[in-house]
Design a protein around this ligand. Sequence first.
Ligand code: ZN
Length: 302
Amino acid sequence: MNNSVSFADVNGNRARDYRGRLAPSPTGLLHLGHARTFWIAARRAQEHRGTLILRNEDLDPQRSRAEFVQAMLEDLTWLGIKWTEGPDCGGPYGPYSQSERRSHYLEAWRRLLDNGWIYPCTCSRKDLALAASAPNDVDDEPIYPGRCRELIKPSQVDAPAGANWRFRVPEWKTIAFDDLHLGSQSFVPGKDFGDFLVWRRDDVPAYQLAVVMDDALMKITEVVRGADLLKSTARQILIFRALGLPVPAYYHCDLLRDDRGERMAKRHDSAGIRHLREIGLTPDQVLRKAETLLASEQNPGS
Ligand SMILES: [Zn+2]
């Protein structure tokens, strides 16, 4: 068992054996885009003779459903994807469901607070709507204008509940990383994204914080995910650095478009793995279908 983070130990994970992860959130049924990303993650773990971990990202109690957890386990198994650590089979770095890992996220929150990286934001939704510039990406959070940055000096805070906590991004300092599939990437905090949430007012840790802690504690060496999360990766690198944790390698997969050219989302039932399985497609046919939907403008000819 090794459930504690050694913040001082920044000797990278990379020299160790390959550990990859599948990290679906049970907020809907898996679709072709997930199938392809998870298939690539499984293949890369296999090629490296590594370990594949399944992590159930059921952080949001409002949106996560137990029946979707069951469905994703079944669909992944049907696709022929095998993992050796996960909520269904256990492992040395569990628990493997985010809803059971709150103590780790609190530890990170405390550490970030003590080092001045985060601050409570009391802006209402209305304040933010009035002040914020519109984000470039509709799925992204608006760039926070920084209103609460210097307002409150938190001293005696025991728990994050009751405020939105934001990460103070180092503005205009480029964050660059080499993606193993898409090549060199760079983002500029303050322009591409602003002070982002690490803990929500309703006392739910934000995705970015949870994922960083989990990847560190589960000793993940390579993250395979969709290219829609590139900007999110830049945010996560800031958190890894702030916590003194080793940053994993990244492999961002090309996104898929549906027949109408729109980005694949969980609402597209016709692209659901469950649906394709029910109409008689084999796992191979499902994966081949996914290849035909690759968004050409995001495929750099590789
Ligand atoms: Zn604020």
